[in-house]
Ligand binder design. Structure first.
Ligand code: PMP
Length: 305
């Protein structure tokens, strides 16, 4: 990742990709107290556009607020940095990563004397869970790791340290032959994937876990809107793992994962064991919206130039 041409926005300045480095005593590197975002930009017939930029920036600020990190830039400055990161790197389609992190002024846990840094980078990144799986669907397993507890890490924050739990779950899933993990909360209810929110379909209705211990996913929100506008009922509630076993369809959502069908869970076929018809319809609508192919919800798109 570090050895390529390009530009990264760091604290308001454009730094050459290979030079965008931090000191080994960077506080966030040691303790994981930082916040970040992941977004995508897509080709539309008006030019390349970032999907739901304002929503991601808002969440980044909420995350920083939760972690007591004082943002040194305005939202508009940051939005512009995102647009420029895509344009300056000549990308027509992109994944964008922004991060807010503490500097290396001190190692103490009090973290009250540290500079807050912000970076934005963009590069091309294909389908997160594999291109063929967007049609075929993925195989997932219940993680042996419980999702972060609401009073242990702050689940409304997209905080760096929260991802230890995700990485352990994903490593376990991959090393045992699955594509992704489903993490259950401390009471045993479905929470989310390592980097995705969960939806199931039963009898024509959509269900998704409440965001008690799951991230308030922006793609989750988009899917709820799209589905309701198409006339589907969407219910946010606690979901047990056996409700997922007997679902007609299931899928994950995320800015990186987009809308990824789930075909098997804990070695049980979900419905027919392939991408279901409602999943296919919503997935196709999602791709229409992100590519600006529909007239409504143009407000979801921010042209980069
Ligand atoms: N849950 C977790 C743990 C995630 O990392 C992500 C990806 N940001 C999501 C859900 C989906 O969120 P979004 O749709 O905002 O990308």
């Amino acid at each position: 990742m570090d050895d390529r041409d390009g530009w990264i926005w760091l604290d308001g300045k454009w730094v050459e990709w290979r030079e965008a480095k931090v000191h080994v005593l960077t506080h966030t590197l040691h303790y994981g107290c930082g916040v970040f975002e992941g977004l995508r930009a897509y080709k539309t017939d008006k030019g390349t556009a970032i999907f739901k930029l304002a929503e991601h920036t808002d969440r980044l600020y909420r995350s920083a607020h939760i972690m007591n990190m004082k943002m040194p830039f305005s939202k508009e400055e940051l939005n512009q940095a995102h647009r420029d990161a895509v344009a300056k790197n000549n990308l027509d389609t992109a994944y964008i990563r922004s991060m807010v992190f503490f500097g290396s002024e001190g190692m103490g846990l009090r973290a009250d004397n540290l500079k807050v840094h912000v970076m934005v980078a963009a590069w091309t990144w294909g389908a997160y869970l594999g291109a063929e799986n967007m049609e075929k669907g993925i195989r997932i397993r219940t993680s042996s790791y419980t999702r972060n507890h609401v009073n242990s890490t702050m689940c409304k924050a997209k905080a760096n340290g929260n991802y230890i739990n995700s990485i352990l779950a994903l490593q376990e899933a991959l090393s045992t032959g699955y594509d992704e993990a489903l993490l259950l909360d401390h009471e045993g209810y479905a929470a989310e994937g390592s980097g995705e929110n969960l939806f199931i379909v039963r009898n024509g209705k959509l269900y998704t876990p409440e965001t008690t211990s799951a991230l308030e996913g922006i793609t989750r929100d988009t899917l709820i809107t799209i589905a309701r506008e198409q006339g589907y009922e969407v219910i946010e509630k606690r979901i047990t793992r056996d409700e997922v076993y007997v679902a007609d369809e299931a899928f994950f959502t995320g800015s990186a994962a987009e809308v990824t069908p789930i075909r098997q869970y804990d070695n049980r076929d979900i419905g027919s064991g392939s991408r279901g018809p409602i999943t296919e319809r919503l997935q196709s609508l999602y791709f229409d919206y992100v590519h600006g192919r529909r007239n409504d919800h143009q407000e979801w798109l921010s042209l980069v130039s």
